[in-house]
Design a protein around this ligand. Sequence first.
Ligand code: ADP
Length: 574
Amino acid sequence: LRMHSATLDQARAILQQRFGYPDFRPGQIDVIASVLGGSDTLAVLPTGGGKSLCYQVPALALPGLTVVVSPLIALMKDQVDRLVARGVPAAFLNSTLDPDEVASRLARAESGDLKLLYLAPERIEGPDVIRRLCRNGVRLLAVDEAHCISEWGHEFRPSFRRIAQASEALGRPQVIALTATATPAVRRDIAIQLRLREPRVIVKGFDRGNLDYAVHGCADETLKDEALVRVLRAHASPAIVYAPTRVAVERLASRLRRAGRRALAYHGGLDDAVRQETQEAFMCDRIDTITATNAFGMGIDKPDVRLVLHYAMPSTLEAYYQEAGRAGRDGAPAHCVLLHHPRDRLTHEWFIRGTFPPRSVVEEVMTALQRLRAGSEVLVSAAGVSRACKAVDVRSAQAVLALLVREGVLQRPEFDSNVWIRLLATPARIRRELGADAVEVEVLRAVWRVGRDALQRGMVVDLHRLPSRLRGRPARRLLESLRDHQFVDIAAADPGLKLTQPGAPLDAGQLDWRSLERRREAEIHKLDMMERYATSAVCRRSFVLGYFGERTDVACRQGCDNCRASSRPNASTA
Ligand code: ADP
């Protein structure tokens, strides 16, 4: 049995001194008490609920090292920087570091110099990493975004499956798993996959009492436009309108401007400056409405959003809850309205089918890859694969390639190493003009060995495949010099994809088809639940809470359209 090695009071003191907050949030208290009490803990708190502190504070309260496994490499550095700024000895390991840097950080962990070490999931099972972490022991293993371990979650990552083995190899430290999006099935799966021991499961904070939920069924698109304008008129601003495509986002913005709103569009297709400006305008209330794809919202915390309207449902209730939840962060009343048309489902089904292409198509693509590999092509693109197949269009090829990347058969080479090269002069002429010993000629010879005749038409070459002296950046510099002589034409290439194990046989049988099938089913199930939310007559608040597994007996107090309808004296029982 583990001893209580720190109390909640000590944890609170750390919160105040290191992080400057007066107290924990209700969900955090339960989670931190459970961790300090020595239990394996699964914490389900909504986005923005403060999950990071649930392991950062215990990491400081407990003796020894806390290892944090997180898939969000981009956020890792940020988190660590912030901790270091607060005087917490923390570091991260991921694929962006060179080997020396990795070694020095591991040495700090080994010598007991670090309190928190963040790792990408691919890193944790490295034998060197395990060996060196074992030396001083790992007190707590925190697994962030833990739903990634489950095929039933919407972001399954096979690399997460290795965390359990790594945890055994580390002597099975206490584990805290955290997620914002686990349904009961995913929660069970997380506990099984991570081999949690009698875990305390804490689901808190999903009930947002100030949010009012409503759905408007619309028989066609023009009715949706009318409903949009009507709903916006009926509610206070600022408002966010989410729409599924960039085209729709632009169209709705101008539709709303015609209706007298100060509305601007926000999506990933706009250039950075425009996007930045639009966001600013919304944050400072220069506009009252922003129409946006789901690219809008990440890291944006405007507390006084009064209405979030979805022009069409997202594919999961998780996504809906997260986006709709951007309303009313200040605690004052706010509205979440969904416009629903039965056909909205079809787009999502189409995407899901694209994500999980049928086996026959995957087989044809893999056979084509085999042929391409036998030839000189080292990097493949959807267009190239489609050309090499009898009956696979570019879009389907793209879907299969994406699947093969997710399954680890193909990978994206580092962007920098790919260059599209076309030879403009004959090798003989280049030799003559530069001299056979010129280092440029050497690089050209190496590229020629990779590409041969294809170089005359232009092809993508992975500079990492060149002999070691030239590999990577030196080769690029030499190619640039050749371009300046107008011997070659070069361009940054669409990176294309390469085989993860160039020598291994390519066989569709190597994919885990049962797992793929389960994941497809899980996606469809999530879509079913989203649709059921949109069409059911039960209390929408309890539907959402039931979905996430928080208690379902909350009083809605007329905080949704269905409860209002059923409490009207002449409500029908339909
Ligand atoms: P999550 O990972 O759950 O989305 P974060 O850990 O990023 O959430 O926290 C969201 C925000 O809430 C952060 O700005 C964090 O500093 C703040 N926060 C967390 N806990 C508290 C607290 N007890 N008091 C005040 N602010 C907090």
